[in-house]
Design a protein around this ligand. Structure first.
Ligand SMILES: [Zn+2]
Length: 158
């Protein structure tokens, strides 16, 4: 089977779509957030919220669906309503906590096909006016105390 630069081998992708070796399923099941990805913030109705390790975008979080589906339309109507309610609630909490200019919600899944939403507060003067921002454009890591402070701010706003 042909392979294309930057893409996972097709068999690997197909296995991930089936949930085999899915890192998000492992994270949701274990309750452990791999440190390189971020830190656990909260379990919501249909999802788990984590603060991204890279805080180049202040408050950047990822919302992981509890169930392994590729797309929002693969959820039942009830599950979908819960997932989007969680997303709105998390976004609102980030808005309260960090007072950004705008909130971006990105459901992509091009690397890991397990439904998740990147929630990115946007700040006036950030380096991507009129466009989606690349949260990995730079790497900004915090001290353990700074992560804790940020997580507590978000939890208080949820
Ligand atoms: Zn999964």
């Amino acid at each position: 089977m042909a392979e294309f630069a930057g893409w996972a081998p097709r068999e690997r992708w197909d296995a991930l779509v089936r949930g085999e070796g899915c890192p998000v399923c492992a994270e949701v099941a274990s309750g452990e957030t791999p440190r390189e990805h971020g830190l656990f913030v909260a379990d919501l109705e249909m999802s788990r919220l984590r603060l991204a390790a890279n805080q180049f975008v202040t408050g950047y979080c990822v919302l992981l669906c509890r169930r392994h589906v590729g797309e929002p339309y693969d959820l039942s109507t009830e599950e979908r309503a819960m997932f989007f309610e969680d997303m709105a609630r998390a976004g609102q909490a980030l808005g309260r906590a960090f007072q950004p200019l705008k909130m971006n919600f990105q459901i992509l899944g091009n690397a890991v096909p397990h439904l998740h939403a990147h929630i990115l507060p946007r700040y006036y003067g950030d380096p991507a006016p009129h466009r989606p921002i690349d949260p990995d454009q730079q790497r900004v890591l915090l001290t353990p105390g700074e992560y804790t402070e940020r997580i507590e701010l978000i939890r208080a706003a949820l």
